[in-house]
Design a protein. Structure first.
Length: 477
């Protein structure tokens, strides 16, 4: 027998869009039901995405750093990887701890959590089907839909799930393959390629476009690509995979591209060619929720769908598919639902690639500025001039600002180097606050830190800075 419950706010999906939405609504006095198919709250990001990949990237970075110590006179033996313990660390100590934290926070707010797959029945009703157990019919006043996204795995490549992985499979660490092919040189391909290379795999990357991380400025990608070409066996750009064939010897791969081998064999293949909205099971049409031709839910500037009392946030509500964008949208949706003034109008959504070095950017990129003809000036501060970078022996980094040529207002910030994923927040704040370069240079930054590179870069916008004089101001004798 189905049970029936009523709630003021129903939230579908307990990822970084859904659970903050549920918490904001409960904190404003609403009765809230939060539904997820996975009993472990936190969504893809926590259970099969951002968090496990960052835990593994942390391990990868330590492996590299310990290795690099040899040239500074401190030598350790090579790593011995106990895969079972590594898995247990990521899944129990990292993911499990955060799952428990979210569950406790939901309980403390009096949120009712239902486990099961939610489907709309009509614009005010959803049925939640837990595998095996009786279903629950939920009647709601408002809903916030935050179902996230799924890895895109072309059907023709779904031929050997043991050896052809998506990111979810790769994060389970089923084995450390001797030869790993990564299809797609985007965020996931490079981050997980870095992890497996550090653990001992020979990694080959195939990227269809001209360069890896095609959305990022080339000068930011260059130091990363240089390092990855040392860590990986090969990176083939402007190359496509024509076919994959499962054989006893491995997965045989036929490539199409300039100066690439026709055929290669791998022990495992990671497909990282993008993600798609996870909306198939929701029966959005039963509620009248409209989607675009790619399946993304159409939303307005308050994240309201085509049905006024239903909102959508996160990956399924449009790109970029980033956890922090989902979390920020959740606040807007709840404020709008409460009748508070709310508008989704961020000036900058930061992007971070957690490789080693990291790449981060926010606001206008140089390639966007050039492509759209926006007047801009680019100012670059190379980390060879940073004392902190020298102490870390990581001077390959670069900090750059894209500014308005007249007002010097900061339009974009880009960085590559260790730790820039944390540093980019200052750039986002500068863009959001409408800061000009002078605001940044007058902000006293602690010494010696990598954050000083932002301050010095801002100073360069007006000529020279203490630790770097561009060629235009250098005097020859
Ligand atoms: P992506 O869009 O970042 O990269 C996919 C890459 O695959 C692109 O460079 C594309 O040109 C290439 N590609 C597509 N089809 C191909 C083919 N047939 N052969 C070779 N290359 C091909 O996608 P992703 O890496 O799968 O990640 C998905 C999304 O997840 C990202 O866009 C991002 O929103 C999110 N994500 C973010 C982070 C982060 O914030 N650090 C990390 C992982 C994932």
């Amino acid at each position: 027998m189905a049970q029936s419950v009523d709630t003021q706010v129903l939230v579908i999906g307990a990822g970084p869009g859904g659970y903050p939405a549920a918490f904001h609504a409960a904190d404003r006095g609403k009765s809230v039901i939060l539904v997820d198919e996975d009993p472990r709250l936190g969504g893809v990001c926590l259970n099969r995405g951002c968090i496990p990949s960052k835990a593994l990237l942390h391990v990868a970075r330590l492996i590299h750093e310990v290795r690099a110590l040899a040239s500074h006179g401190v030598r350790y033996e090579g790593p011995q990887v106990d895969l079972e313990r590594l898995r247990a660390y990521v899944h129990n100590q990292v993911i499990g701890r955060l799952n428990t934290g979210i569950a406790q926070l939901a309980k403390a707010r009096g949120i009712r959590v239902l486990t099961g797959q939610a489907s709309f029945v009509d614009p005010h009703t959803v049925v939640v089907r837990p595998g095996g157990a009786p279903e629950t019919v939920v009647r709601f006043e408002h809903a916030i839909v935050a179902p996230g996204s799924l890895p895109a795995l072309p059907r023709a490549w779904q031929i050997d799930p043991e050896r052809i992985w998506d990111s979810t499979a790769a994060l389970r660490l089923p084995q450390i393959p001797s030869r790993l092919l990564v299809i797609g040189g985007g965020y996931i391909g490079l981050e997980l390629g870095t992890v497996y290379a550090a653990l001992g795999s020979q990694v080959t990357v195939v990227e269809a476009l001209e360069g890896v991380l095609p959305l990022a400025d080339r000068d930011l990608v260059a130091p990363l690509e240089k390092r990855l070409r040392q860590e990986f066996t090969a990176i083939y750009t402007s190359t496509r995979v024509a076919s994959l064939q499962a054989t006893a010897a491995g997965i045989e791969v036929t490539l199409e591209g300039r100066d690439v081998p026709d055929k290669l064999t791998f022990d495992a293949v990671l497909v990282a060619v993008g993600r798609r909205p996870n909306t198939a099971a929701l029966a959005l049409d039963k509620a009248g929720i409209k989607t675009d031709e790619r399946g993304y839910i159409l939303v307005d500037e308050q994240r309201r769908t085509s049905v006024p009392h239903i909102y959508a946030v996160g990956d399924a509500a449009g790109e970029p598919g980033l956890a922090h964008k989902a979390t920020a949208e959740a606040r807007v949706a709840v404020e709008a639902l409460m009748g508070e003034p709310a508008l989704w109008q961020p000036r900058a959504i930061p992007a971070v690639v957690f490789t080693d070095p990291e790449i981060a950017w926010a606001g206008l990129t140089q390639r966007e500025a050039e492509a759209s003809g926006i007047p801009h000036a680019v100012i670059k501060f190379p980390w060879v001039a940073s004392g902190r970078a020298v102490t870390l022996d990581r001077t390959e980094g670069l900090t750059k600002l894209i500014v308005d040529p007249d007002s010097k207002r900061i339009l974009g910030v880009g960085m590559v180097g260790v730790g820039v994923g944390d540093m980019i927040a200052e750039g986002v704040l500068a863009i959001e606050m409408g800061a000009v370069a002078r605001d940044l240079l007058e902000t006293i930054h602690p010494h010696p830190t990598l954050s000083e590179t932002l301050m010095e870069c801002a100073e360069l916008a007006y000529g020279a800075t203490v630790h770097f004089a561009p060629p235009s101001v250098r005097k020859s004798h």
